[in-house]
Each structure stands twice: as structure tokens, then as C-alpha cells.
Ligand binder design. Structure first.
Ligand code: ADP
Ligand code: MG
Length: 347
């Protein structure tokens, strides 16, 4: 690696994606079996018949989760699910995970068992084997790193880079719920800190709390694609917020986009809770993150295959790159689409 910087560069000025891009220019690929390295939801390795998919995620206490309101069983479940989501985002099937933990002596055996109960619940539900990992002591709370290994036929694989001008931009499920669930949990935590005698008020918020605490990966969507004879031209999972994910697809595919605000799918509880918090529900969907829905593009000819399915929304279409990235607001006004997703380095 060529270190030609003369003065220290602030990581926040690069951002998470800028840092990854900067580092990745120095990774040369030595094997022809390395089909895809850095830059998609998972790496792709050619194994002859099948392609192997690999993806990993790091979860840090105090950064990604707060044990004062996240039960360990839920945390274990979610830690597995967010990894599987990246394999589905390649149109692949996850098969194995390895789990590495950093533990402090604050945790009892029973606590760790609870964490694993959640992980194994997810493994059973998604038909995945837990095949190894590593365990170490930690001085900064709980650290969870999970790596998932999956497989796909070469012809099935869907990258972020395959979207074409004229394709429809679609998303599964609804967006912004996980973010609003987090806002409710943070609010009740603040109330509890002020007055520990008060019970948390979570009534009627079940759906968004579940979106935050126990998300699911969209295995069912991949299965529907097969049943409908659809192979998306591009796909990504919505982990950082809709805007950020749309821009990843557009940048890697070399296309522009028209996104229609009125088409963005929002659950009514998400909408009402955003209003209660004086937040714009659209902004919550665009920038909130952690929904783990699938964002994908399909050719116009495939519209008939999905138009009557309530779980899919067509939210826009792809344009020539010269048109740029546009959000068409409900009022008809046009705004530049920008990513303000979770940027742990920037904030
Ligand atoms: P996702 O949101 O789908 O989990 P990320 O934004 O975490 O994806 O990562 C984007 C790409 O950058 C992936 O290909 C990932 O493997 C790669 N990547 C992330 N961090 C690093 C790192 N420290 N070194 C090398 N590659 C990385
Ligand atoms: Mg992803």
C-alpha cells in the first residue's frame, strides 16, 4: 500500500464508504476465482458449479445496540438476520455462519446462552448451520462479528451494478419502521433515566418495535422471484436507508433515477409515530435504515408479474445518468436525492 499522505486525514471527512473505497483501490485480485471483491452486499467466489457468497457484519455495544433495552435473545436473532439479508440481496441462499464474540466478565453464562438461543432460532428459521467462530475477552462491552457463507448459481446472481435505463425501481415491504421503533425505545430510555419509577410506554407500538428488535430477512421475496420467473437486474438490501441504497445501485450501474415520494411504502404506525415525533415520515424512510427490505430493479416487461402483489412497491424508474438522482415530492417539486444514512464515522 502506498502511503503518500503527509498529514493525518480525518476519517470523518472520508465517511464510511469513502474510507472503504480508499482502502480497496490497493487490494489487487490474485485469483480468477475471485469474481467480486469489495463493493457489493457479498463477495462472490467461483467454485465451478456454484458461486460461493461471503459477507460479514460487526456489531458493537454502544454503537449498534444498547443492552438497556435490547434483550440478548433478540440481539442474537437480529445479528444473524442482518447477515443473511446480504446473501438474499445477491439472490443467493445462505448456508453457514461463523460467530466471533468479544465478551467482558460482566456477562454470565446464562446471558451468553440467551444470545445463542436467539442466534439458533434464526439459524433454524432460515435453515443455516452455525459452524464456528472465535471467542475473546473484551474491554469495551459486547462485540459480535458474524460471517455468512452462501451459494448461488452463476445465472441467478444479482449485483448492484446491473440496473438499466428504463428499469423500474421496486422495494419489498415498508420502510422507516425500524427507525421509528428505535426512536420510541430511545425516548422511553430517556424517560426512565429521569424517573426510574415510570413504566415504559410502548403501548400500540408493537409493529415498529418488532421491526427494530426482531427484523426478518426477505428469504420469501427471493422465493417469490423464482416462482414468478423474475431475475432483478440489480438488488441491494436496505440497511442504511432507502436513499443511500438507491445511490449505490445508481452509481454502480451508471444510471440516474426518478424516485416518487408518494410511492414510498410506509406503514400507518410508522407514519403516525413519525408525526408524533415531529419527523417527516419520508425522511425516516429515506435515511432511517435497518429495514432489511430488498430494493431491486426489473425491466419494464416484468411489471405485469408484480403489479398485483401488495408486498412489492414500484417507487421510481431509472433514467440516463445525465439526468442525475431526483426525488419527485408529493407536491410535484423536484429535489436532488442525497444519502444521509447512518454514517458512524461522520457523526
Ligand atoms: P452492507 O451495508 O451491504 O453490509 P457495507 O456498506 O458494510 O455493505 O460494505 C460495502 C462493501 O465494502 C462490501 O463489499 C464490504 O465487504 C466492503 N468492506 C467494508 N468494510 C471493509 C473493510 N474494512 N475492508 C475491506 N472491505 C470492506
Ligand atoms: Mg447489504
Amino acid at each position: 500500500m502506498d502511503f503518500d499522505n503527509t498529514s493525518p486525514t480525518d476519517l470523518a471527512s472520508l465517511g464510511e464508504f469513502g474510507l472503504i473505497k480508499h482502502l480497496a483501490q490497493h487490494f489487487d485480485i490474485k485469483h480468477s476465482s475471485t469474481v467480486k471483491g469489495v463493493g457489493d452486499d457479498a463477495a462472490v467466489i467461483d467454485n465451478g458449479n456454484l458461486q460461493t457468497l461471503v459477507s460479514t457484519d460487526l456489531l458493537l455495544e454502544g454503537v449498534h445496540f444498547d443492552l438497556s433495552y435490547v434483550p440478548l435473545k433478540h440481539l442474537g436473532y437480529k445479528a444473524v438476520v442482518v447477515n443473511l439479508s446480504d446473501i438474499y440481496a445477491m439472490n443467493g441462499t445462505p448456508r453457514q455462519i461463523v460467530v466471533s464474540l468479544g465478551l467482558s466478565n460482566r456477562f454470565s453464562l446464562e446471558a451468553i446462552e440467551e444470545l445463542y438461543q436467539g442466534m439458533l432460532l434464526a439459524c433454524n428459521k432460515y435453515n443455516v448451520d452455525l459452524v464456528g467462530g472465535d471467542t475473546s475477552s473484551s474491554r469495551s462491552g459486547l462485540i459480535i462479528n458474524i460471517t455468512v457463507i452462501g451459494a448461488a448459481e452463476k445465472e441467478e446472481l444479482v449485483y448492484r451494478s446491473g440496473a438499466k435505463e428504463g428499469d423500474l425501481l421496486c422495494v419489498s415491504g415498508d420502510l422507516g419502521g425500524a427507525y421509528m421503533g428505535l426512536q420510541v425505545l430511545e425516548r422511553e430510555k430517556a424517560v426512565f433515566k429521569e424517573n426510574p419509577k415510570l413504566q415504559p410506554d410502548l403501548e400500540g407500538k408493537d409493529y415498529i418495535l418488532e421491526r427494530q428488535l426482531k427484523p426478518e430477512a426477505r428469504k420469501d421475496v427471493i422465493e417469490q422471484f423464482k416462482a414468478l420467473g423474475i431475475r432483478p437486474t440489480a438488488m441491494i438490501d436496505v440497511s442504511d436507508g432507502l436513499a443511500s441504497e438507491i445511490l449505490h445501485i445508481c452509481e454502480q450501474s451508471g444510471v440516474g433515477v426518478d424516485l416518487y415520494e408518494e410511492k414510498i411504502p410506509l406503514d400507518s404506525l410508522t407514519y403516525d409515530t413519525a408525526r408524533e415525533f415531529n419527523l417527516d415520515p419520508t425522511v425516516c424512510a429515506l435515511s432511517g435504515g435497518e429495514d432489511y427490505e430488498l430494493l431491486f430493479t426489473i425491466p419494464l416487461e416484468d411489471y405485469n408479474k408484480i403489479k398485483n402483489l401488495p408486498d412489492f412497491s414500484v417507487i421510481g424508474h431509472l433514467t440516463p445518468s445525465s439526468k442525475g438522482y431526483q426525488l419527485i415530492a408529493k407536491a410535484g417539486t423536484v429535489h436532488p436525492l442525497k444519502a444521509q444514512g447512518w454514517n458512524h464515522l461522520g457523526s
